[in-house]
Design a protein around this ligand. Structure first.
Ligand SMILES: Cc1cc2nc3c(=O)[nH]c(=O)nc-3n(C[C@H](O)[C@H](O)[C@H](O)COP(=O)(O)OP(=O)(O)OC[C@H]3O[C@@H](n4cnc5c(N)ncnc54)[C@H](O)[C@@H]3O)c2cc1C
Length: 316
């Protein structure tokens, strides 16, 4: 039986692993279905992680995190956790290889994934011209024209990144004001390779077997046919809460109307011994530094919980 199981190996999960093992827990496993690092590894430019002076890619930022956490005994298992359920006072993790694992405490740090915008052709052309990752797919558009959809920090930062590769970047946004940080908006506005298409929405993408050939945009009641081979979509994030969904469709612990796990300031959920950390929890700022802070808090709370309750847990 594990003392602590961590689901997700992004900034929140890795920091929870570091604090949990360094704080004295002997038997801690972090389940991460892919490579540890989380969604920030898709970002080409991170300039707001404290203490890191130069602009680095998400991959560079996360390089040392797993190594540091594993130094104190954290084990990583490359498995997807299908479900976390409760059995008396302990937790049962169902893994995608069919096995189950018992744990005395659990931290859910499954993060979030980019939302779909919902236009026609988005699914059909996903991976063939429609993308949510400029770092992964930007190079395909070297010296070509490309479009970006969205008006937040991520959309603008990725438009800046793409402007270094592509010949021209069209930034499509449904308003004429941006939600991004003023300094980022300024950099985008002064970039001669980025052209704005404002108060506009994407109606559909079209193409053939080879991929996208163009984007139909609606602006002020008119349709624009933008002939570009790629569209990058950055319209917000959706929380990964599937893992706490039970067989009857209910959630293991309280979630809010967006499906985010409700936690208190100690990252404690409505179920004792179950904690939420990072993008998946309620009121998260959805930033690396905040996710890391949550991970540390959740691990400290798990240690306190086990010290207070450890011996008297009813075990099924
Ligand atoms: C393109 C982009 C640019 C960004 N730029 C910045 C920036 O400049 N600065 C900043 O601070 N933040 C930025 N962010 C946001 C930042 O990446 C997130 O806030 C942060 O990564 C959240 O960390 P997390 O650990 O909560 O979740 P995540 O990073 O999402 O990690 C969750 C991990 O859990 C794993 N997982 C999910 N479900 C399961 C399961 N059932 N079983 C096993 N593993 C599972 C996933 O594979 C993933 O690795 C950016 C995000 C994106 C996408």
């Amino acid at each position: 039986m594990l003392d602590l199981a961590i689901v997700g190996g992004g900034p929140a999960g890795l920091t929870a692993g570091l604090y949990g093992t360094r704080g004295g827990l002997a038997n801690v496993v972090m389940y991460e279905k892919g490579m540890p690092g989380g969604q920030i590894t898709q970002s080409s430019e991170v300039e707001n992680y404290p203490g890191v002076c130069k602009v680095v890619s998400g991959m560079e930022l996360m390089e040392c995190w797993p190594k540091q956490a594993m130094r104190f005994g954290l084990r990583h298992e490359m498995q997807e956790v299908v479900r976390v359920s409760r059995c008396e006072d302990i937790f049962l993790l169902t893994l995608d290889n069919g096995q189950t694992q018992k744990a005395k405490s659990v931290i859910i740090a499954t993060g979030s994934t980019p939302k779909r915008a919902g236009f026609e052709g988005e699914e059909e052309f996903f991976g063939r011209g429609v993308s949510t990752c400029a770092t992964c797919d930007g190079f395909f558009y070297k010296d070509k024209e490309v479009a970006v959809l969205g008006g937040g920090d991520t959309a603008l930062e990725e438009a800046l990144f793409l402007s270094k590769i592509a010949k021209r970047v069209y930034l499509i946004h449904r308003r004429d004001k941006f939600r991004a940080a003023p300094s980022t908006v300024q950099r985008v506005k002064s970039n001669p390779k980025i052209e704005f298409i404002l108060n506009a929405t994407v109606k559909k993408v079209y193409g053939d077997q080879m991929g996208v050939q163009g984007v139909i945009i609606q602006q002020n009641g008119q349709e624009i046919d933008l002939k570009v081979p790629g569209l990058f979509v950055f319209v917000g994030m959706q929380v990964n809460n599937e893992v706490i969904k039970q067989e009857d469709g209910s959630f293991l612990c309280e979630v809010n109307r967006w499906g985010e796990i409700v936690v208190d300031l100690r990252m404690q959920t409505s179920i004792p011994g179950l904690f939420g950390a990072g993008d998946v929890r309620s009121d998260a700022s959805k930033q690396v530094v905040c996710a890391a802070g949550d991970g540390a808090t959740a691990a400290i709370s798990a240690i306190n919980y086990l010290q207070a309750r450890g011996e008297e847990l009813k075990i099924c």
